[in-house]
Design a protein around this ligand. Structure first.
Ligand SMILES: CC(C)(COP(=O)(O)OP(=O)(O)OC[C@H]1O[C@@H](n2cnc3c(N)ncnc32)[C@H](O)[C@@H]1OP(=O)(O)O)[C@@H](O)C(=O)NCCC(=O)NCCS
Length: 237
């Protein structure tokens, strides 16, 4: 418990230039307090003490302005900066090293119980102030969501998404070339038609790989939801 707390404090000192000392972070960061209380609430929730989990969440919301459902799964070194107005839904999952600013909603658009209604953030995702990420899809590792964006579908790893509805920000040619060069040793603006064809095949293969991993993830979730439904039915019988 104390190790995680130390880790949380260290990550805030690292990511917030306004943070000065460990003591200041420990006492003056509502995002930290909300996450610590969410761990207690989540532990209750997982042990079947659903009301206790909800009640701890409610107290945390009252004290910090951050509302995290006790069912949400939150990774390590997550930093909720400022905190006020953050809402994180029941089936949301947040990967390690994510940063979330004030006014962010990780919400749902479906009313079906037992399904994955809220988003999954990969590792190191930044969700800027006021952004809404709505639905049971994945925001890939290292992606960035601009302030006040409304994101309604998958975001590839490393991408930046802004606006309403969220649109991907085009990488500059220099960034693209760098990425392609690093990965494959082929620059996209060369005139050689063979290289161009090869490049488009590589791009296509990457897109297919991404689509496949999204599908696999969805199937995994559907299987898990199916399993939990069957278990619930068995328990009722
Ligand atoms: C989204 C963000 C992470 C992207 O950073 P980045 O990758 O460096 O991208 P840039 O700032 O260069 O912006 C890229 C493009 O997106 C646009 N853009 C950036 N943020 C935007 C937003 N919130 N809404 C609409 N467009 C936005 C920029 O105008 C730029 O457009 P252009 O290429 O046509 O000029 C960053 O802009 C951001 O919003 N940070 C906010 C962090 C925050 O919430 N701070 C609050 C602390 S209290």
């Amino acid at each position: 418990m104390f190790e995680r707390l130390r880790e949380d404090i260290a990550c805030i000192l690292e990511r917030d230039p306004a943070a000065r000392t460990r003591f200041e972070v420990l006492t003056c960061y509502p995002g930290l307090h909300a996450l610590v209380m969410q761990r207690w609430a989540h532990a209750c929730w997982m042990r079947g003490h659903k009301w206790a989990g909800r009640f701890i969440s409610h107290i945390a919301r009252f004290l910090t302005g951050v509302e995290i459902h006790p069912g949400a799964v939150i990774g390590r070194r997550v930093f909720i900066d400022h905190g006020m107005g953050v809402v994180i839904g029941e089936t949301a999952e947040i990967g390690d090293d994510c940063t979330i600013y004030q006014g962010v909603t990780l919400g749902g658009t479906s009313l079906y119980r037992g399904t994955k209604r809220h988003p999954t953030l990969g590792k190191g995702v930044v969700v800027s102030a006021g952004a809404k990420v709505l639905g049971g899809f994945t925001v890939g590792d290292g992606a960035r969501v601009g302030s006040n964006a409304v994101v309604l579908k998958e975001v590839p790893a490393g991408a930046t998404v802004v606006g309403v509805p969220g649109r991907l920000v085009e990488q500059s040619l220099a960034e693209k070339e760098k990425a392609h060069f690093a990965a494959y040793g082929v620059a996209p603006n060369q005139d050689d038609p063979y290289l161009k064809t090869l490049q488009s095949l590589v791009d296509h293969a990457q897109e297919l790989e991404q689509a496949l991993s999204v599908l696999t993830e969805k199937m995994r979730r559907m299987e898990a939801a199916e399993r939990s439904k069957t278990e619930q039915l068995r328990a009722i019988k």
